[in-house]
Every structure is written in C-alpha cells, then in structure tokens.
Design a protein around this ligand. Sequence first.
Ligand code: PMP
Length: 426
Amino acid sequence: MPFTANRRFKSTPRLFVGAEGNYYLSSDGRRILDGMAGLWCVNAGHGHPRIREAIKAQVDGLDYVSCFQMAHPDAFTLASRMVGMLPAGLDHVFFSNSGSEAVDTALKIALAYHRQRGEGGRYRLIGRARGYHGMGFGGLSVAGISRHRRDFGPLLPGTAHLPHTLDLARNAFSRGEPDHGIELADDLERLVQIHDASTIAAVIVEPVAGSTGVLPPPKGYLKRLREICDKHGILLIFDEVISGFGRLGASCAAEAFGVIPDMITCAKGLTNGAVPMGATVVGKHIYDAFMTGPESAIELFHGYTYSGHPLACAAGLATLQVYEEEGLFERARTIASHWEQAAHALKGAPHVIDVRNIGLVAAIEFAPRPGGAGQRSAECAEASYQDGVLVRAGADLIVLSPPLTIEPDEIDRLFGSIRKSLNAIA
Ligand code: PMP
C-alpha cells in the first residue's frame, strides 16, 4: 500500500466500504466523520449525486480519445469553465491525471517557456523546505521533506530551496496568515546572488503548505515573492493541489491572497476526488510565448495518454457546477470563523503547542514525546477514529481538511473528539 508501513499494516487496517456526504462507512459498520475530505479532495462531500450521475452517463458515452491532435468537446468546455472561475491572468489549461503530473507539467513548461524566449540558460528550479509537490522526480526535486527524498538518489540537478515559514517562537497560535515572516521571501534574493537570475527558471511554492502540516503564508510573503520574481524574470508557480477549489473560501489561493502567479497546478478538488485528474493553468503570456517563439514541429512536446480523459472531464464539469450552484466556496468562507474558533479552543489541551488554520484547513501540533516522534499524533488519531472521527496524523501533528459541506455541529464534534483523545492519552 502507498504511504504505508506495509510490514506493520496488517495489524491495523482501516477498511471503508462506502461513503456519503461527510461520512465514510467502515467495514465494521460504523459511520465515520471524514475530517480530511478523503485526502484534501472530496470538497463537495462524498458520493455527490450530481457528480455520480455525470460519471455514470459518461460511462455510456465516449470512453476515450487520443490527445494527439484529437480531442472531445468536454475537455475544452472544462478548461473554459476553470478559466472562467479562476482570477484573470490564469488563462490556459493543460490536463493531466494527478497533482504530481500537474507539477511536473508546470516545471517542464517553465523550462520550455524560457527556451522559447531565447533564455534557455534558465534551468534552475527553486522550491521550499517542507514543500510537497507530489511523488514524481520533478516534484520531489523541488520538494523539501527529507523523508520523501532520501531514498531516491540525487534527483534533478539545478534545484535550490527557500526556507520554510514555520516559526513557532513568533507565530504560535496564529489565526490565518501569521504576522511574522515576510522577510523569509527575501531569501530568493540570496539565491539570485548565488546563482544569478539568468540561470533561474521558476519558483514553486504551495501558497499554504499542506502535507507538511498546514503553514499559511506570513502576511505579505506571497506578494513579496511575486515582486522578487518579477524583478528577475523568474516564473512563479503556485501548487494549488490542496488550496484550489474552495479550501480557502475562494476558487484558489491566488484569488484568496490577491497574488497572481504565472501558473497554478491543481488536482484533487477539480473532480471532487471521484476520478483522477490534474491540471496546470498558465497565464496568457506563457501560452503566447509558445505560440510566437521560434517555430518547431511541436512547441511543447508533453502530454499523457489520459490527458483530458472523458470520464475525468465529465466529473470535473459536474463538480464545478456543484461548487457554483451550491455556493460551496462562499460557504467555506462563511463557516471558516466557526472552524477557527473550534480549532483554537484546543489551546491549552494536553501537549498542544500550536494551532494554525486558514479557510477550512487546520493543524494541531504537539510537543514531541522524547524518543517517540509522531507517536502522540498517531495515538490521538487512533483514539479519534475509535470515536468515529477520521483525522490525519503527521509527525507530531493532526491535520484537518473536511468537506466544505461540513456542518457547525460536525466541526464541534471533530475538534471535541481530538480534545477527548488528547485527554485520554495524556
Ligand atoms: N502537490 C500538492 C501541494 C499536494 O498536496 C499533492 C498531494 N497531496 C500533490 C502535489 C500530488 O498530488 P497527487 O498525489 O495527485 O499526485
């Protein structure tokens, strides 16, 4: 099994046999409140009837079409709907099948873009410590979680990393964007001094670092990154695989923070998790560079057999319609204050050294148990699971990212269960 200690797994399987709305049905017949929206993806709730029907209908329709000079109308319709929903400046879409592919696509586009403009010397890709960008070699190379990287050799050459933005000494128990840390963006200037801007193609960051434990950006940080990138002709990529499609109460983090990158990557919420799909959305200036650069047979030789797959497009179209018709992004924005209150009520609970939140996402960080990193969070998550609540354990962290359809009483139940679990293991 992926991401699993397989040797130990057999003794602690969690099997799910169904899901509806904000709940899973476990194989032992329990309804489990899903505090993770699957894996940050089921934003409209599980088994949404509209999405389910659209997928069923597509199964009886077009099954597949090659992406070599062929297409089907829904792929273009979905791309247009996405662009219509995203802020101005994000204008063209390239489809793939996962967040990892969306990221590798963005990195490749960045390199090819500079070549198109006669700046092929810009090959360097800059990520950030604690960043997560999927499991492909490209995404792994710009990512910054050592445990993910260490077994896989030297990865891509020519990468560098900005520092992460977690600063518990100054920002513990921040609500939303922390006050301190804008200056961490200036580290990009240091990298420019070392490597020279003429070698740097792009910077990629998660606007809110997710998998590493929910790190909202310090106030002004993303804007400053944008300014430094502009100054040096470096492309800015937001990896919005988690932050896209309502998680922050907006179509994407670019909209939520008012900072428009050159590209965003998305996946997960694009199809409500029901069919795999990823997408890389680029600004018109990038598209135009490929259309007006020196002519070669194929401007961007890139794609996947299943780019824009009909089933994924059907799921995507239905999902975007559900988001719009049910006003789920606004709902997330409205309910976020209740979410914040409930999360921060855990201040003072046993072992809790930080609570951080933004939109409908939060993390609770624990003091590590000496010699047992990650043990407390695993025990807490297990106790909550026994209590009927699914949360995600990281290293001394509990991470929460519920469906945007979560009700206030379910939010209370979620955080209440964590408190109960912490008391039980204290
Ligand atoms: N980027 C980010 C920010 C992610 O959170 C993830 C998945 N958690 C990915 C990329 C990779 O997506 P996938 O697992 O669909 O390849």
